[in-house]
Ligand binder design. Structure first.
Ligand SMILES: *[C@@H]1O[C@H](CO)[C@@H](O)[C@H](O)[C@H]1NC(C)=O
Ligand SMILES: *[C@@H]1O[C@H](CO)[C@@H](O)[C@H](O)[C@H]1NC(C)=O
Ligand SMILES: *[C@@H]1O[C@H](CO)[C@@H](O)[C@H](O)[C@H]1NC(C)=O
Length: 260
């Protein structure tokens, strides 16, 4: 009889132990599903951003609309987004137990923690909901960080876009300046002017017409992508209104609180 009742209670005990463990933090599905849900929602502002960037590239480098060189950035984003975002949200910010130190040095759970509303910054759904502004900022800033990585000149994605643009542009390479002119010009003026002015065009086009400046091509492409992705991101997310377009506050709070 005693053996029978302990066997009956064993699963209950395991279930209770597991349940209390899972109430203490955002772990497992809470981490993966929350991260994936943000990535799913960010697909919309990301598309807006990439569409703008595509238009910018097309007009600066005379690309046919079919070239879609930004798809390389989209692919590279898809590869890094999950790991980057999960790392930025969880181990970097929302982690640890929610206890507060009392005057005598002992640790106690603050009232209302872990759920549904925890004023301590820690690794629970209640904390993520209470500090939703910080969570939203982390996701917005992480995207900016990822765009900066994807558009670095030595990144694979930047080089892929470069190859794509060079293959698709209908512009011809500008003829090289005669060496003698360049030399005498730089000899007399180089000391007085910044390199970009001495080099001429900063737009990627020769002042003489429909050609691209080969020596500055990579820098010009970099400028378009930086302006397109990093700077435009603030507008796409509506930074002036607390990133209203990259917030999803109501639905994300409900999503996060489905986890115990
Ligand atoms: C988390 O996501 C997975 C895959 O989409 C799904 O099967 C699972 O039910 C989700 N978990 C919860 C608790 O919603
Ligand atoms: C420390 O203070 C808390 C309340 O702030 C009290 O509950 C606890 O018993 C105290 N512990 C000791 C060892 O005095
Ligand atoms: C989130 O970002 C906005 C805009 O930059 C800023 O005003 C606000 O203080 C930030 N909030 C938190 C909690 O970091």
């Amino acid at each position: 009889m005693r053996l029978f009742s302990s066997l009956v209670f064993l699963p209950t005990f395991i279930a209770v132990a597991f349940f209390s463990l899972s109430t203490s933090a955002c772990e497992g599905d809470c981490i993966t599903n929350t991260t994936n849900e943000f990535i799913r929602l960010y697909a919309t502002p990301l598309k807006t951003l990439l569409d703008h960037t595509d238009i910018d590239l097309a007009s600066r480098f005379n690309l046919p609309s079919s070239s879609k060189c930004v798809s390389y950035l989209q692919d590279a984003y898809a590869k890094i987004a999950y790991a980057y975002l999960e790392n930025a949200i969880f181990p970097s910010y929302f982690h640890g137990k929610c206890q507060q130190r009392t005057a005598n040095g002992t640790l106690v759970n603050p009232p209302g923690c872990p759920n549904p509303d925890c004023p301590v910054v820690c690794g629970t759904p209640g904390s993520m909901v209470h500090h939703y502004d910080a969570l939203r900022n982390i996701t917005v800033n992480s995207h900016e960080g990822m765009f900066a990585l994807l558009t670095k000149q030595d990144s694979g994605s930047f080089q892929d876009v470069k190859t794509c643009v060079l293959g698709a542009t209908t512009l011809k390479k500008c003829p090289q300046e005669p060496a003698r002119t360049t030399r005498s010009f730089s000899r007399s003026f180089a000391a007085h002017f910044p390199r970009s002015l001495v080099g001429g065009s900063s737009s990627g086009f020769s002042p003489r017409g429909n050609c691209y400046d080969d020596t500055n091509f990579e820098k010009n492409l970099y400028d378009v992508l930086q302006a397109g992705m990093v700077q435009m991101w603030a507008d796409v997310c509506d930074a002036k209104k607390d990133y209203a377009k990259c917030s999803w506050e109501k639905e994300m709070k409900a999503f996060i609180l489905q986890f115990p």
